[in-house]
Design a protein around this ligand. Structure first.
Ligand code: GLC
Ligand code: CA
Length: 551
């Protein structure tokens, strides 16, 4: 019996609203068969670690058959596992085991493009201009007398032209690497195929999808030129009339997918949409579209109270207006890990710094201190939080990878102007010493730096004050306090302090200034670092149990 005064119980079907999702970059998580490459067997052997960490779900980066030109975001077969990662049976077993432990598994859906090794693209190459096989992609004649110029001036996210030419003279579109041809989402066969792929994984036990390049699916069918050239890996500020980013037509596709997900109660889709304008981003969260969209504004915000507060409130309000909740994320496989970002001057472009920036600018201790404060900030917020593997160990970006080991296509395609994203993808250290620090029994596909073992699980587990224990404790408290409360009440604690109260009464304070500040009354639940004298030092966060809000 429920009475008027009872709060609604959070439905099991909306588990995701406040969930903590752990991103597994499979290649670098744990290697089960001693070939230096992370795999499903390795992941299965570490599931208990993830359960004990206290997360609710895993998002596994693409594990499909792929030549791995872009770390698996170049899919050759959407229904098979890459042999380097295991078999389909392994994937099914993983999902079943994880589910039994209470961990849901999100697959990574890559709908914007296939690999050039996908059967469809091979058929397109064998086909002729105007053929049905080519209609599944964006094939166009070139410009100039002999068609030797690309059809438009569109640039690839990784650098260079977004068009490549095939032997018969036509050009095909690839917003990323040339081995990642963009699919034509106006094509009925493409749409049908992906409906089927969604069902395939949901039937096998996936709880849903992280959707790659969700803002790229629709292209302007008139293929106009860009007004301004775009530089690699940057986010376009204004997508209002962009020829390929964030076009309204993509929302039809999303609604089609959502209908399928609604047949699988409890399943969820989260959009990777690099769209700067929240008014536009909010459209992805309509009740018949995505359940979640990553809030990259928060991730991109420098360590500065005003900017952080703003990124939180804008994201929170925009999501709430759609009846959704925001998601929060500080790191992933595409960005410089946040302890390194926060350890550099905040007006510096960390990505550019990776290649040839002054190493003396990096203050690693400061970066880690801020990262620890930032995680209490993030996990204190209403909504769901995405963690990137290794951040619970405080892993920094590996900024000194030798150039000859770089694997990310960004390095080549940017004409050696950007080092790329490999520094965030270095295999995880599990033990203090030993071959590849416990990642596997025979090396690791990217070299791990000296001293990597000091960050390992073994070096931190059970030891008070470590970053791993900070995460565990914070996740435990977050679970214990979890309620259906989705409110956020800002506290005015001065310009340099980010402070808010949750409906449970929990107070969160983060000091981004230089001077210590007075701590609010209540029982301290957790600190990101020592608090020597009742004052909250710079770059430190605290959770405090206050009286529950009266509502
Ligand atoms: C997404 C992925 C990134 C990949 C790109 C192309 O942004 O997160 O790793 O390179 O899409 O698929
Ligand atoms: Ca392996």
């Amino acid at each position: 019996m429920t009475s008027r005064h009872d709060r609604p119980t959070p439905s099991a079907f909306s588990w995701w609203r406040n969930a903590v999702v752990y991103q597994v970059y499979l290649r670098s998580f744990a290697d089960g068969n001693a070939d230096g490459i992370g795999d499903i067997t390795g992941l299965r052997s570490r599931l208990e670690y993830l359960r004990d960490l206290g997360v609710d779900a895993l998002w596994v980066n693409p594990w499909y058959v792929s030549p791995l030109n872009d770390g698996g975001y170049d899919v050759a077969d959407y229904r098979q596992i890459n042999p380097e990662f295991g078999t389909l049976d392994d994937a099914v077993a993983l999902m079943a085991e994880a589910n039994e432990m209470g961990l849901r598994v999100l697959a990574d859906l890559v709908p914007n493009h296939t690999s050039s090794e996908h059967r469809w693209f091979q058929e397109a190459l064998a086909g002729s201009p105007g053929s049905e096989a080519r209609a599944r992609y964006h094939f166009r004649p070139g410009r100039g007398v002999d068609g030797s110029g690309p059809p438009t001036n569109w640039t690839s996210v990784f650098g260079g032209s977004a068009w490549s030419r095939v032997p018969d003279g036509e050009w095909y579109l690839h917003l990323f690497d040339r081995t990642q041809p963009d699919l034509n989402w106006d094509n009925a066969e493409v749409r049908a195929e992906f409906r089927d792929i969604l069902r395939f994984w949901l039937d096998l036990g996936a709880a849903g999808f992280r959707v790659d390049v969700a803002h790229g699916l629709a292209k302007d069918p008139t293929y106009p030129d860009l007004e301004r050239a775009e530089t690699p890996l940057t986010i376009v500020e204004d997508t209002a009339a962009h020829p390929f980013w964030d076009r309204p037509a993509l929302h039809d596709v999303v609604r089609e997918w959502r209908e399928i997900l609604d047949e699988y109660p409890g399943s969820v889709m989260v959009a990777e949409a690099w769209v700067a304008d929240w008014n536009r981003l909010a459209a992805y969260l309509k009740p018949d579209e995505y359940h979640q969209v990553f809030n990259f504004h928060f991730l991109q915000s420098p360590w500065e109270a005003t900017r952080i507060r703003e990124s939180i409130s804008v994201g929170f309000n925009a999501a709430r207006a759609q009846g959704a909740l925001p998601t929060w994320v500080l790191s992933n496989h595409d960005v410089v890990r946040h302890p390194t970002r926060y350890g550099l001057p905040q007006d510096l472009d960390a990505r550019a710094w990776l290649l040839d920036g002054d190493r003396d600018l990096l203050d690693s201790d400061l970066g880690l201190k801020r990262a620890r404060a930032a995680i209490l900030l993030m996990l204190g917020l209403p909504g769901s939080a995405y963690l990137y593997q290794g951040e619970e160990l405080g892993l920094p970006e590996v900024h000194d990878l030798p150039l000859d080991v770089l694997d990310d296509p960004v390095w080549e395609k940017s004409g050696h102007t950007l080092k790329g994203r490999d520094g965030s993808r270095v295999p995880i250290p599990w033990t203090r010493d030993g071959d590849s620090f416990g990642f596997g029994a025979d090396g690791s596909w990217l070299p791990q730096p000296e001293g990597w073992g000091s960050f390992s699980h073994q070096a931190q587990a059970g030891i008070e004050g470590t970053t791993l224990e900070l995460y565990r404790t914070a996740l435990r408290i977050r679970r214990e306090l979890r309620s259906d409360d989705e409110s956020l009440e800002w506290l005015d604690l001065g310009p340099d302090v980010v402070g808010f109260r949750r409906g449970s009464g929990m107070l969160v304070m983060v000091n981004l200034g230089r001077e210590p500040v007075e701590i609010l009354e209540g029982e301290p639940l957790i600190f990101s670092d020592d608090v020597p004298d009742g004052l909250l030092p710079a770059d430190t966060a605290i959770w405090i149990a206050g009286p529950p809000n009266s509502r």
